[in-house]
Design a protein around this ligand. Structure first.
Ligand code: FAD
Length: 382
């Protein structure tokens, strides 16, 4: 492979975002697209802990104009394909593979993008397979494979939840889970079902009902259900199997026979590595110099109308890292049903610049309610 094989658009990553935006590009008449995937289609989903399921439900409402919340294309539904309301990670990867097959999407598995250089009118990519040149670059490399480690002393003794293959392998109790948002509660739920005592620590106490109305900022209804069941189970057994503490961890120490997790108020001894459910730093660090960064929020600056980097024309971001300030707050696109609403926007921008007419694609995505523009609200009704 050499730079002679120039393409119009390179998409980095074949997760939900990369596959989804590539389909919109294809539909917009951009036929010279390649999706570069370091391992396999849906790789991040393949690494979810075995027990973990989607919290957003899948339901095949497409025919009546209500697209399955977890679908990445107006004519597909994970619920129909998998027969599941809350798919597991490996199942969702199979759904992505099926969509790639069905629409004959050119995905190059096993080709990792190692370096991106910008030259006039093109991006030069150094990949594990050689080099490629593309006129436009869509970055869809996600977050899951780039975990965030906290900065307190001894954090390296912790095990990030994205590195757990199955909760069955986490032995001994209590298990200390650091972080009480979706991943932390998911860990506590599965461990408790395996009969383990669990302590969840998070100074922001997401498990207390909060006023936020955006499921990216507060726990999902699926998780509230689980919390109610955990609390009922605790009171029935006259002991709380899962203890929730609104305290910040100040450090982890290795001690004989295990670890001690410290907060300002207590020291908790545990025989097993504490679980870090501390979120993700994301893949954008890899091409940090290609974005302007907002000092206050630490987020990359994107053109509000197109999701294009304000620093590097022709570079677009797709996926859960997209954020936009709107009149009524910050729109956070961290679920599939949210970030899929920017596929058509990115694809139409690129198609127009290449002289293609994206109107059929736009009409199709608009009919499926799969377009979000800044006229939308990011607030939910009460
Ligand atoms: C615990 C947890 C629960 C979640 N639950 C839900 C849910 O219920 N509903 C929902 O909608 N969302 C959920 N999400 C969020 C959702 O999983 C992610 O937003 C989604 O995976 C993002 O898709 P993506 O394509 O951007 O990233 P990914 O799925 O991570 O895909 C990125 C792809 O890029 C590849 N890649 C990375 N770097 C490179 C490189 N340099 N070169 C080439 N390829 C590369 C990776 O191998 C990967 O296949 C959850 C996330 C977590 C962590």
């Amino acid at each position: 492979m050499s730079s002679a094989t120039a393409i119009e658009v390179a998409v980095v990553g074949a997760g939900a975002a990369g596959v989804g935006v590539a389909l919109a590009l294809q539909r917009a008449g951009v036929d010279s697209v390649v999706v570069l995937e370091r391992r396999r289609i849906g790789e991040s989903f393949r690494h979810w802990p075995r027990e973990m399921q989607f919290i957003t439900p899948s339901f095949p409402g497409n025919a009546f104009g209500q697209i399955d919340l977890n679908a990445i294309h107006p004519q597909s539904s994970p619920a129909l394909f998998l027969g599941r309301e809350h798919p597991r990670g490996k199942e969702y990867a199979r759904y992505l593979e099926r969509v790639v097959e069905q629409f004959r999407l050119p995905v190059r598995e096993g080709e990792e993008v190692l370096r991106v250089q910008v030259s006039p009118g093109a991006f030069d990519l150094t990949t594990s397979g050689g080099s490629r040149r593309a006129r436009f670059l869509v970055w869809a490399a996600g977050e899951f494979q780039y975990p965030r480690r906290p900065s307190f002393p001894g954090a390296s003794f912790g095990r990030h939840n994205s590195r757990v293959t199955t909760w069955e392998r986490v032995k001994g109790e209590p298990v200390v889970v650091i972080g009480g948002f979706e991943s932390g509660i998911d860990a506590a739920w599965h461990l408790s079902r395996l009969g383990r005592r669990v302590v969840v620590l998070d100074p922001t106490a997401p498990w207390r009902k909060q006023k936020e109305d955006d499921p990216s900022l507060t726990l999902s209804p699926y998780t509230w259900d689980r919390l109610r069941r955990l609390r009922r189970q605790g009171s029935a057994a006259r002991e709380t199997k899962v203890q929730f503490l609104a305290e910040a961890v100040t450090g982890i120490e290795e001690t004989s026979g295990g670890y001690t997790v410290k907060t300002a108020r207590r020291a908790i001894r545990t025989p097993t590595r504490p679980i870090l459910a501390t979120g993700f730093s994301g893949s954008l660090e890899r091409i940090r110099e290609l974005w302007d960064w907002d000092r206050e929020s630490g987020l990359p600056r994107l053109d509000g109308a197109t999701d294009e980097s304000t620093r590097t024309p022709g570079l677009f971001l797709c996926g859960p890292g997209v954020r936009h300030r709107t009149a009524d707050g910050l729109a956070v696109f961290c679920f599939v049903y949210k970030f899929r609403m920017r596929f058509a926007v990115v694809a139409a921008t690129i198609a127009r610049r290449l002289g293609r007419d994206p109107s059929r694609m736009l009409a199709e995505y608009a009919a499926a309610n799969m377009i979000w523009d800044d006229g939308h609200s990011c607030r939910s009704p009460a």
